[in-house]
Design a protein around this ligand. Structure first.
Ligand SMILES: Nc1nc2c(c(=O)[nH]1)N[C@H]1C(S)=C(S)[C@@H](COP(=O)(O)OP(=O)(O)OC[C@H]3O[C@@H](n4cnc5c(=O)[nH]c(N)nc54)[C@H](O)[C@@H]3O)O[C@H]1N2
Ligand SMILES: Nc1nc2c(c(=O)[nH]1)N[C@H]1C(S)=C(S)[C@@H](COP(=O)(O)OP(=O)(O)OC[C@H]3O[C@@H](n4cnc5c(=O)[nH]c(N)nc54)[C@H](O)[C@@H]3O)O[C@H]1N2
Ligand code: SF4
Ligand SMILES: [Mo]
Length: 738
């Protein structure tokens, strides 16, 4: 179906810019032709959240509808994220795309056949297959042999965890336990005892450390607007990113561009300067840092010269950055979810960064790296995690010894309820995992994707819920189920701090069902109608909302404005002094030692390097002289999505594009638009060259998720032993003209 009515030029203008620059308030009329067809219905408003970059529920969307047909979208007035970007507009093409899955399908040919022979079946048959196989496999091999997985979509997670726990399997994992936020989160829990990506610059903040994140391309508008406003107030910015990003170009007073995989060395160099020059907050250090003497001794060897040699950042810049940050008080921090954890020293890299504001005494002070005083009770870190009670986390904790990852990644298992899933190949081969139930599953997420695809063929049963048939993933499963998209689902509602918002969706197309509905209906058919609210999504949401004496009906009545759950306590700072950080109410940080852990008790217990030490990663060579940064976000693509899903967005980049510095291109006789072969020791692909100074000489960049040029085939199956993360951002490569 073609979508008319939007000025293409206007769309392209918007889509080509960064997400945050897209404060589009004009209403976008999508399909006049479609709208005319459904007249004479009067136009009504609907509300939902954008799931297009998967940090969901994220930006608010208000839409107009005629009957069940959406006729236009605009930013939700007054919503905390301020505006919507090109990808949100792209969701309109996704909902009406002719290739959308609209009914369940089962394979009719054995795994390994060139064509799986998918045929349409009824939901009844699909549920029969799922529940029959789940029960059979549980009986034969035990409940933990069934793995429950949610990919990048965060929305289904709570319902799927409840399903896993009720079924009796501890083996629940998600994309965050492959590659995303939880590597950094693990480092944060090991070091501070709580998760944080830093905090926004407040009116008290005087300096900001922005390490490995590029919010104008990757985040909602309000995050970037907040940083821009801080810049205007005169806050000093140190931006650490190997690339010349818009963030660095716009904000940086000092831009540090380290070689990939050298984070911990650079952070150690900065700490060296701070300690040598006595710029640390000694009172905080001696009272609140576990292993401060060991840390001082360790970074003493990291002179700026040594840090410069390893990281490639000029010595003077390291010194200047350390001085600026430590003396321009108070200093805040904004970190990437994953930019600094995509190499083989992932967890300790991130721990090293976290120690920089800690030694400066910036933790939980006004304008520093604040710990929230009043997180919404019982919500447990957003839909990334899901509310612990609803997700039956207690039951999952009791089953911890049965976790599939406990031997391979014990430190991870101590910090995360979600199972580290990267060694699933071995667990399938050993016969420990027999079935895999997935919501939003993309096999290209994994390094050496083909090895996972091969292993999945050995499973006795697998199923995936998605919006589209994905050729890299679905040929390897038994059953594909059609998911309802963001405009068609009720769950989950949105939470922003203490504000709640509900949706007013349209009905799903065809036989699509929303993720929660599918999880609940499986639960009912497994024999637990009470636990799964008789299959009612609203009932499930109400079970969570009742914690705050709210209900979906109350959200409906509140409409556009949402509702606010009043805070229970006043906002305060330095909560480690007053016992407001720990469950036992004792003063201190929620770590085993009660202090910020430069020396990690948990890492020590498991025999890992307990200090946040630098470790050399994958080395470049004569044959592979360049470093590959795969997956630096671009505004109009998210992972493997937005290729065929949205032709508008695909027009902006219609095949894999390799960004290469003009000097490296010239050395190889490569010109703009030439086809090149990108190769590593582990694989190769073809891409179109784009010459750009956004990457440094010696480094090339490419987006992951291209089915015909899957960069993860170039990444080895090697994992940081603490977090289990693969080196997406440090593989040595070569580039040649094709
Ligand atoms: N080389 C390299 N690889 C990377 C990264 C990198 O930087 N470099 N980044 C990593 C990171 S941080 C992440 S988060 C992962 C991405 O994680 P992936 O899980 O690989 O993300 P997607 O490619 O978006 O795939 C999600 C699939 O779910 C479907 N889907 C989307 N939303 C929903 C939904 O709400 N419900 C259902 N049922 N299906 C849905 C989509 O259609 C798609 O097929 O990739 C990781 N892989
Ligand atoms: N448009 C769009 N938006 C997205 C996504 C998307 O796919 N597309 N994905 C969403 C997801 S799942 C995630 S996790 C977030 C990620 O959000 P961000 O972390 O902001 O996104 P990235 O572009 O990966 O930013 C990482 C930055 O880290 C830099 N970097 C890489 N390696 C290193 C290193 O070793 N040291 C330092 N200092 N910097 C390094 C890269 O150059 C890059 O500019 O984005 C979310 N938003
Ligand atoms: S930043 Fe863009 S893609 Fe991400 S939630 Fe907001 S509107 Fe959607
Ligand atoms: Mo991510």
């Amino acid at each position: 179906m073609e979508l008319k009515g939007i000025s293409r030029r206007a769309f392209m203008k918007v889509a080509g810019a960064g997400a945050a620059a897209l404060a589009m308030s004009d209403r976008l009329l999508v399909s006049q032709a479609l709208a005319q067809k459904v007249a004479p219905d009067k136009e009504e408003a609907g509300y939902t959240f954008c799931d297009a970059c998967n940090g969901v529920p994220f930006c608010g969307i208000k839409f107009s509808r005629k009957g069940n047909v959406i006729t236009g979208i605009e930013p939700w007035p007054g919503f905390p994220t301020a505006s919507i970007c090109s990808k949100a507009y792209g969701t309109l093409q996704r909902i009406y795309h002719p290739n959308r899955l609209k009914y369940p399908m089962k394979r009719t040919k054995p795994k390994g056949s060139s064509d799986p022979g998918f045929v349409r079946i009824s939901w009844d048959e699909a549920y029969g297959m799922i529940v029959g196989n789940m029960k059979r496999i549980r009986e034969k091999y035990g409940p933990h042999s069934v793995f429950f997985y949610v990919g990048d979509p965060k929305e289904p997670r709570a319902s799927v965890q409840r399903l896993a726990a009720t079924f009796g399997s501890v083996n629940y994992g998600d994309e965050s336990s492959v590659a995303c936020r939880k590597g950094a989160y693990t480092a944060e829990v090991l070091t501070y005892g709580f998760g944080t990506t830093g905090s926004p610059a407040t009116k008290e903040t005087r300096s900001m450390l922005v390490w490995g994140t590029n919010p104008p391309y990757s985040g909602p508008a309000n995050a970037w607007q907040g940083l821009l406003a801080a810049k205007e107030r005169g806050v000093k910015f140190i931006v650490v990113d190997p690339r010349n990003t818009p963030t660095a170009a716009t904000l940086a007073d000092i831009h540090l561009q380290p070689r990939l995989g050298t984070t911990a060395a650079l952070a150690a160099g900065m700490m060296h300067v701070i300690f040598e020059e006595g710029l640390q907050d000694e009172a905080f250090c001696s009272k609140w840092i576990n292993g401060i003497d060991e840390l001082k001794a360790y970074v003493k060897t990291f002179t700026p010269a040594k840090a410069a040699e390893i990281s490639g950042v000029p010595e003077k810049r390291i010194v200047d950055a350390a001085r600026l940050y430590a003396t321009t008080k108070p200093g805040g921090m904004t970190l990437s979810a994953q930019g600094t954890t995509h190499d083989l020293n992932a967890a300790n890299n991130h721990r090293a960064i976290l120690m920089v504001p800690a030694i400066c005494g910036y933790l939980d002070i006004p304008g520093g790296v604040e710990a929230p005083s009043n997180p919404l009770e019982g919500f447990g870190g957003g839909w990334f995690n899901g509310p612990p009670a609803f997700c039956m986390r207690k039951k999952m904790d009791e089953m911890k010894p049965q976790r599939m990852d406990i031997k391979d990644f014990p430190a991870w298992a101590d910090c995360n309820f979600d199972v580290q899933v990267n060694r699933i190949i071995e667990h399938i081969q050993e016969g420990k995992i027999k079935a895999f139930l997935a919501w939003g599953f993309n096999m290209m997420i994994w390094p050496q994707t083909h090895e996972y695809q091969k292993a999945f063929e050995k499973l006795e049963f697998s199923t995936a819920v998605d919006f589209f048939y994905r050729p890299q993933t679905h040929p390897y499963v038994d059953l594909v189920l059609p998911g309802a998209v963001n405009f068609e689902r009720l769950a989950p509602f949105a939470v922003f701090g203490r504000k709640l918002y509900g949706r007013a969706p349209v009905k799903p197309l065809g036989e699509c069902k929303e993720d929660w509905q599918i999880a609940l209906e499986i639960g009912v058919r497994l024999g637990h109608p009470d636990v799964f609210f008789n299959g009612s999504v609203e009932g499930a949401c109400n079970d969570i909302l009742k914690m705050w004496e709210a209900s979906y009906e109350a959200l409906r009545v509140a409409g556009e404005k949402g509702i606010v759950i009043p805070p229970r306590n006043p906002d305060t700072y330095q909560k480690y002094e007053t016992g407001r950080m720990r469950q036992d109410k004792k003063p201190g940080f929620p770590t085993p030692s009660g202090k910020v852990e430069a020396v990690s008790t948990i890492l020590k217990m498991h025999g890992f390097t307990a200090l946040p030490e630098y470790k050399e990663g994958l080395k470049t060579s004569k044959e592979y002289p360049l470093q590959l940064l795969s997956g630096g976000r671009i505004p109009y693509i998210t992972h493997s999505k937005w290729r065929e899903d949205s032709p508008w967005l695909l027009e902006l980049e219609n095949s894999a594009t390799l960004t290469i510095h003009p000097d490296d291109a010239a050395k190889r006789g490569i010109k703009k638009g030439d086809y090149v072969v990108l190769s590593s020791q582990w694989g190769e692909l073809r891409a179109k060259a784009k010459l750009s100074i956004m990457v440094m000489p010696g480094m090339v960049g490419i987006m992951h998720g291209w089915a015909k040029a899957n960069v993860n085939e170039l990444v080895p199956r090697m994992f940081d032993p603490i977090s289990g993360y693969p080196p997406y951002k440090e593989v040595p490569v070569q580039v040649k003209k094709a």
